[in-house]
Design a protein around this ligand. Sequence first.
Ligand code: HEC
Length: 400
Amino acid sequence: MPARLRPNLDFMPSPVPDRPGLVIRDPFHYSDATLIIPPALVPSLEFFDGERRETDLRACLVQITGDLDVSGLMQHLEETLSTAGFLEDGNYARLRETAEKSFADAPLREPAHAGSGYPNETAELTETFAGYLNGATKGDGRRALAIAAPHVSPFGGVESYRAAYASLFRQAFGERIFEDPPRAFAAAMSALQAFQQEPAEFFPYSSRYDAFLKGDIELTDQEERGVAIFKDPAKGGCAGCHVLKESVRDPVASMFTDYGYEAVAIPRNDRAPRPRKPDLGLCERTDSVTPSDDAASCLYFRTPSLRNVALRRSYMHNGAFRSLREVVAFYATRASDPKRWYKSGVPFDSVPARYRARVNVTSPPYDRKVGDPPALDDREIDAVVAFLGTLTDARYRAAP
Ligand code: HEC
């Protein structure tokens, strides 16, 4: 059996015009390798799922190459993936162990942002920090409960973040905390430590589905039907991107994302305040680390995890859908009833015509023709929605 491809890799279309294919990288940097898998070989990656056998991979390669002798190619493919540290095998285990050990043993850990994103001298940093929070208005006296956007830029939306953080700080450390900058700085460090030391808060894995994985509870009949449809490659096909692994009791194997990017062509959000140009996804990155305006990656959006998905008020990157049922109905009928989603009657009218060919129309649930019965009927949609409801962590289920 070929070893499984690691589920925690980055996959994206190659931005290099003369080397098309699928780029694979390790966002965790256990490995520094970058591979570009040529388009023809991409389908064979599916066979590195830890379940299918060598003979299945061989058959796939024979089909791709039209050559009966694929032993050399197969060996090359396995070796390349393994050497890169992309398979769940001994080589990856070694790379990971070495990286983790050297991190744990290091007398001094290299800073990731200190010295670039912000100063790395305590005195200077204390001053910067005080500057962020100085002058925060007192607010209207109501208790702040949480801050919606944790990734705060000191330049954008700074007034509202300042007010919100200052209010949380005063609640936690006392009204006068900002009168003493070194103490305020120490308080910020201890808040950060508390956050990082709390895996039970951070990733509790306490959903009913996790309990089911561990063998502690059973799902209802409807939820069982839902997960079966979700997994069935000929039916919902959802697990192809939103990965789960029921044979593994450890919930970490079921993150409900493959961390990859897909072109789904979500309809326009009619409730958005003003008409705007279409969202192009990966080719509109303006961050400083990996900015991109490369047309080859347009239309691709990251497959989100579906853990706690039932709690959302709106769905998809643009909030086009308002309920889980609407999302699943979209998947079920995008191909058979495109008018329902693309009001002009032209499928994928929400994205520029030149990119429409990128949208996946071949694999279930998208492989229908207009007028065909939907990929999932109403009962099946309800079952999938019920199953998605099992992914809600306990602390949110208890909430009113
Ligand atoms: C080919 C990959 C792929 C398949 C198959 C797929 N999804 Fe998705 N899913 C995505 C991507 C990509 C997004 C985000 C799209 C966007 O925002 O533009 C998404 C978004 C979602 C969301 C919204 C999550 C949020 O937080 O807004 C839900 C719910 C969802 N998918 C459920 C499903 C279900 C149920 C199925 C099977 C019927 C399915 N998906 C099949 C890739 C996929």
